[in-house]
Design a protein around this ligand. Structure first.
Ligand code: NAD
Length: 420
């Protein structure tokens, strides 16, 4: 693999371009982000000292609508990563036919080291630094790794203070009381669940005969584990940044979630109390989780988890990418050779941005929908586009990933190359 995530991300585009022709202008424009902003964010710490953090916001493309994408807080955030995530957002919005371009942001920080007050000031100072470049018709923010509803609430509050008007539509994934949408907090996992439920029956796989391992037990990972557990799948392994647990007979996901919400790591569940009393769970590493003999592997943490180093050891016949970019382009080739089907991030995790779109629509017209209406819209969109991509894969005899790129490239080309 190349050292640049963005260069690696581009390899997927190149693979899809072997199968379809797009206008030369689109092809040229796709090589570059529309804008890449790097900002220094000063933060007054609780002890009175001052620290400066690096923040980024990239709009990859806005031909189909305003920029749209999450904000990540993580010590390894850098411009190359944010650019890649914005690039994937562009394809993801086109996959679901949403009227958005692609964008992403982030701050290089370990949020666990900050107090709540410091985190609020950092979030607000980030908005202050990028305020001239965002807006409900320009670029719309959302949660990503280590950001959540509360952070989104601070961000919209700060933007509204700066613009001297209530601007709910600049941020999605907000608390319900601040213009949030029903169903947004569970949307990424629910969308992924619909993709899984559309794909697996094509292989006559029934939930009760299907074992699952989930890497990452955060917003997306814990909820997809829960949904699969409720639907009768046997979730045998889950993990977070500090390690994982395994139980051949299936884990009791609700009690793990309950434990995790009141404690800090999944691994502690084994080491200390609760589920150990219910089941005999083994502690495993994240590396071991990825190579388990399961039917379905769900990476739901960070990028570059399955690489050419460990791809040969993967045994799961299906990988559903809930995380962005968990499989590298060189690992893709190895997995394909092994007959492992990878259902790509730009489809699988698109439920989050789909409901973000609904939140933005509700903010703009001032009418709010009930959960049933949101869920129905999400289900229809995810099932529809999964079926389309499945057909494209059969028609072109390509992987689901290349099919998803072909499908979204057609839509992007219509907007980006309209004058060619
Ligand atoms: P989160 O912060 O809620 O959870 C991240 C989880 O990953 C945590 O449990 C953390 O402990 C774990 N983790 C971190 N490093 C790890 C490692 N090296 N190995 C194993 N686990 C590790 O984040 P999230 O919102 O659930 O996002 C997870 C992934 O899903 C990211 O790739 C994100 O871009 C993608 N995603 C999220 C959304 C959304 O709406 N939240 C939408 C689309 C895509």
């Amino acid at each position: 693999m190349t050292n640049s995530l963005f260069a690696d991300a581009n390899i997927r585009l190149e693979r899809a371009l072997k199968y379809i022709q797009i206008s030369p202008s689109t092809e040229e424009k796709l090589k570059y982000p529309k804008s890449s902003l790097a900002v220094s964010i000063p933060l007054r710490m609780d002890d009175g000292s001052l620290k400066v953090y690096q923040g980024y916001r990239v709009i990859y493309n806005d031909s189909r609508g305003p920029g749209k994408g999450g904000v990540r807080y993580h010590p390894s955030v850098n411009l190359d990563e944010v650019k890649s995530l914005a690039f994937w957002m562009m394809f993801k919005c086109a996959v679901l036919n949403l009227p958005f371009g692609g964008a992403k942001g982030g701050i290089q920080v370990n949020p666990r080291e900050l107090s709540k007050g410091e985190l609020e000031r950092l979030s607000k100072n980030y908005i202050s630094a990028i305020a001239d470049y965002i807006g409900p018709d320009r670029d719309i923010l959302a949660p990503d790794v280590y950001t959540n509803e509360t952070v989104m609430g601070w961000m919209v509050e700060e933007y509204s203070n700066i613009t001297r008007q209530i601007s709910w539509g600049v941020v999605t994934g907000k608390p319900l009381t601040m213009g949030g949408s029903e169903g947004r907090s569970t949307a990424t996992a629910t969308g992924a669940f619909h993709v899984i439920q559309t794909i697996l029956p094509k292989f006559e796989k029934k939930p009760e005969q299907t074992t699952v391992a989930v890497q990452g037990f955060g917003n997306a990972g814990a909820q997809i584990a829960q949904l699969l557990y409720q639907a009768g799948y046997k979730v045998v392994a889950v993990s977070d940044s500090r390690g994982g647990i395994y139980c051949e007979d299936g884990l009791d996901i609700p009690s793990i979630r309950e434990y995790k919400e009141s404690n800090s790591t999944v691994k502690d569940v084994y080491c200390q109390e609760t589920v150990c009393d219910l089941r005999e769970n083994d502690v495993i590493t994240n590396e071991e989780l990825l190579t388990l003999e399961v039917d379905v592997l769900i990476p739901a943490a960070l990028e570059n988890q399955i690489t050419e180093e460990n791809a040969h050891q993967i045994k799961a016949p299906f990988i559903f990418e809930v995380a962005n970019g968990p499989v590298t382009s060189s690992a893709d080739l190895i997995l394909e050779e092994k007959g492992i089907r990878v259902i790509p991030d730009i489809l699988v995790n698109a439920g989050g941005v789909t409901v973000s779109h609904l939140e933005w629509v509700q903010n703009r017209n001032g009418m709010y929908w009930d959960l049933e209406k949101v869920q129905q819209h999400l289900k229809e969109g995810m099932e529809r586009e999964t079926e389309v991509i499945w057909k494209v894969a059969l028609e072109y005899e390509v992987s689901m990933r290349t099919a998803a790129y072909i499908h979204s490239l057609k839509r992007l080309d219509d907007a980006m190359g309209f004058d060619d």
